[in-house]
Design a protein around this ligand. Structure first.
Ligand code: GTP
Ligand code: MG
Length: 225
């Protein structure tokens, strides 16, 4: 369904109140449990790939995995902002980032291989793929985002859940965490200047990632630098 995505004025009080009441409902609690199960499924798949690939290539394709469930306030805030009715059904239908996983790799090439190996598994359905590495955001943000559909197997049968998986290098993650901190800081004196510097850092880090990849290839082939 297409909702009017123009920014709406939403008060913090309204968000808190709605989040509090919906998060107490059995339907919401159940849905969050299902998302937690979906995260476990994807995490296991990634750990299996890591174990197998590290045997084959003698290095870990990813450094770490982080996961999170979006908190009720953030869910409600986003739904109100997008004009989505605040019901558990609409939440599951319309929200794509309640279950989130972040995979942090040393090398860009590993990140693409892992993403591909995960997305092509029999029980995984790739709903969307946004490559902000090939096409960085204007601010310099780089990551590969996959939206996956994954079945979880319950007492009552199979249920399909959506999980957003972000793949980044350590350098991209470092940049995104600084960018994220600055976004929430309301008292920056010269935000344009900061944005400009961040963009330069993003491009520098991307060059560094490319050079690290070259070094890795040289080491792997036992050749000369
Ligand atoms: P929302 O941004 O969640 O409304 O969804 P979208 O459809 O615009 O998805 P998008 O792929 O743009 O971003 C989803 C997620 O990627 C965000 O929740 C962040 O975790 C991350 N992300 C996207 N852009 C940026 C950015 O400029 N800086 C940082 N630090 N993270 C970003
Ligand atoms: Mg966005």
């Amino acid at each position: 369904m297409d909702y009017n995505s123009s920014t709406r004025e939403v008060s913090q009080e309204q968000v808190e109140e709605l989040a509090k009441s919906i998060s107490r409902t059995p339907g919401f609690i159940r849905l969050m449990t299902y998302y937690r199960c979906a995260i476990m499924e994807i995490q296991t798949k990634l750990n299996v790939l890591n174990a197998e690939l590290s045997l084959q290539y003698d290095r870990n394709p990813f450094e770490s995995i982080e996961s999170r469930l979006k908190n009720p306030e953030s869910i409600v805030e986003k739904m109100l902002r997008k004009g989505i009715p605040i019901t558990v059904e609409d939440m599951e239908q319309e929200m794509t980032d309640i279950a989130g996983i972040r995979v942090i790799c040393s090398f860009q090439e590993d990140l693409y291989s892992l993403a591909e190996l995960l997305a092509e598994q029999d029980d995984v359905l790739l709903l969307s793929r946004k490559d902000y590495i090939a096409n960085p955001k204007p601010n310099g943000y780089r990551s590969l985002h996959l939206l996956l559909d994954i079945p979880i197997f319950l007492y009552q049968g199979k249920r399909h859940m959506k999980v957003e998986v972000q793949f980044r290098t350590i350098a991209m993650d470092f940049w995104a965490s600084v960018d994220h901190k600055l976004k929430y800081k309301k008292t920056i004196r010269d935000p344009e200047k900061v944005a400009e510097k961040l963009k330069i850092c993003a491009d520098t880090l991307a060059k560094m990632d490319a050079e690290m990849e070259e070094i890795r290839k040289t080491i792997d082939s036992n050749g000369e630098l």
